[in-house]
Design a protein around this ligand. Structure first.
Ligand SMILES: NC(=O)c1ccc[n+]([C@@H]2O[C@H](COP(=O)([O-])OP(=O)(O)OC[C@H]3O[C@@H](n4cnc5c(N)ncnc54)[C@H](O)[C@@H]3O)[C@@H](O)[C@H]2O)c1
Length: 456
């Protein structure tokens, strides 16, 4: 087993299958479903598809009150979310977050700051219904599983979980505990994304054919910062070569295409450029003797992955965070009648203009999502990625308060997270195709489309 396979949970079954396939491995690897298609998996699993939240006004706890946790907290408070407990390994982070809760007029939340496993004591409390996890990536799965086992619904920050085994772990724990695990993919709630989703479902782009998403964000300064993500995220670039952060680009495209709801990701091929950006940046910014000069980065500066869906649609997903690039998620969807592409947002529909020029998205503002029509002004005022963070949390609270199923469930969380380990596997095998696991037990075929798309 190579080190990538080991760290990503691609165990002996994957290696065995690889050997069985022999020369055929160059044209296709069917590795992912095998580990979970026998043994304990023959026991009938439940499903979390279309299962509503327990209807209540949720008492909410946070694990991780750093930069993102604090921003989520501010947005949640603006949406009248009740925050009862906060956990962070850095006491000052939790205390600052607590001061925001008190300033919003709520009782001071309980703080849990006694070491990296303080979250376990917090999760054992009975006065918590919903937990938001905004910690470094390597903690997401463990914290989500612990929350569900303690009877709490849980939301994890992007990019979800890191390994294939972790994907299965959140799925099976959710099914066993009957608790939800949702990925906080805020980009699915952007103004443009929700407007385009409604146009797609109104047939404006015809039959969908292909899409493209990306995370192109120059993070070099942040990766070498002495606080926040600089303390842990750069290390991820020493561990594996693939797409480390797929869901901001992929999530909205997956929603346009109704993934897990009549179609599913079938297989992926992935390739990476050389890694140069972080080496060059540290050469220019670090002093001699800085221990970071000893690190060895393995993540290619640009990872490009291609996904084929069961119905034959294609999706390109890109990841580049270590080179100069203006911020861009591409966010493209195209069909037999037209195309939308973001940055800047523009639409071209068949026969629209004689000169084949795009039209601005505002031409179609009658498709603005009802959530944005109702809450857009406040969302823009609160901020948080142009308001999408507020809309996401407002909608999360709405789903729990009204006892609705989450817009994105554990199957979405697993199938968006798994791009990470599958892309690494493909890159390490010369871009061999790698099949996706079916986390839904074939139930993707009969599922309804997400409520976020159908909301009137
Ligand atoms: N959706 C978005 O737009 C978006 C934006 C930024 C970050 N994120 C995600 O949010 C998460 C957090 O990122 P961040 O920028 O806030 O990083 P950060 O380093 O600023 O915050 C992480 C926090 O987790 C705490 N922490 C670490 N280990 C812990 C443990 N065992 N128990 C309790 N607390 C612990 C740290 O002390 C810190 O306060 C990451 O998954 C990141 O990818 C998402």
């Amino acid at each position: 087993m190579n080190s990538d396979e080991k760290s990503l949970g691609l165990g002996s079954w994957s290696r065995r299958r690889f050997v069985q396939m022999g020369a055929a491995s160059a044209v296709g690897l069917s590795v992912m479903n095998l580990a979970h298609a026998s043994g304990e998996d023959s026991i009938t699993r439940g499903t979390m598809i279309d299962i509503p939240f327990d209807k209540r006004s949720p008492r909410i706890a946070f694990i991780g009150t750093g930069k993102r946790g604090t921003s989520l907290l501010e947005n949640l408070l603006a949406a009248d979310g009740q925050v009862v407990a906060l956990c962070d390994v850095v006491p000052e982070h939790a205390q600052h977050a607590a001061s925001l809760v008190v300033a919003a007029g709520q009782a001071k939340p309980q703080l849990y700051t006694d070491g990296p496993y303080a979250f376990e004591a917090m999760l054992s409390m009975n006065d918590i219904d919903l937990v938001l996890v905004a910690t470094p990536w390597s903690w997401h799965a463990e914290m989500a599983v612990a929350a569900m086992k303690h009877g709490k619904d849980v939301c994890i920050e992007v990019p979800g979980v890191v390994t294939l085994d972790e994907c299965w772990e959140i799925v099976k724990t959710s099914e066993q505990t009957r608790k939800h695990c949702m990925m906080l993919e805020n980009c699915c709630y952007g103004y443009n994304e929700t407007l385009i989703l409604r146009m797609v479902h109104d047939g404006k782009f015809g039959e969908l054919l292909y899409g493209e998403g990306a995370y192109l964000h120059d993070l070099r300064e942040e990766l070498f910062s002495d606080n926040g993500e600089g303390l842990w995220r750069r290390a991820e670039h020493t561990k594996r070569d693939g797409n480390l952060y797929p869901s901001h680009g992929l999530g909205p495209v997956a929603n346009y295409m109704d993934m897990q709801r009549g179609d599913r990701f079938d297989y992926i091929v992935s390739m990476s450029s050389p890694q140069r950006g972080l080496d060059q940046y540290r050469k220019e910014h670090l002093h001699a003797g800085d221990p970071r000069l000893e690190e060895r980065y393995v993540t290619g500066d640009m990872n490009t992955s291609l996904i084929k869906t069961a119905k034959g649609l294609t999706i390109t997903v890109k990841h580049a965070v270590s080179t100069p690039h203006p911020y861009d998620r591409i966010n493209l969807i195209a069909g037999t009648k037209g195309i939308f592409q973001d940055y800047p947002p523009r639409i071209y529909l068949d026969g629209q203009n004689k000169d084949e020029s795009y039209m601005p998205i505002d031409t179609w503002k009658q498709y603005a999502h009802p959530l944005w029509q109702k809450e857009g002004q406040l969302a823009a005022k609160i901020g948080g990625h142009g308001g999408m963070d507020y809309i996401m949390l407002y909608r999360l609270l709405q789903c729990v308060r009204e006892g609705l199923p989450p817009d994105m469930d554990v199957y979405d969380a697993a199938s968006w997270s798994v791009i990470g380990p599958l892309s690494v596997s493909s890159v390490s095998r010369g871009s061999a195709p790698i099949e996706f696991p079916d986390f839904t037990q074939s139930k993707w075929m009969q599922r309804n489309i997400s409520a976020i798309a159908t909301q009137a």
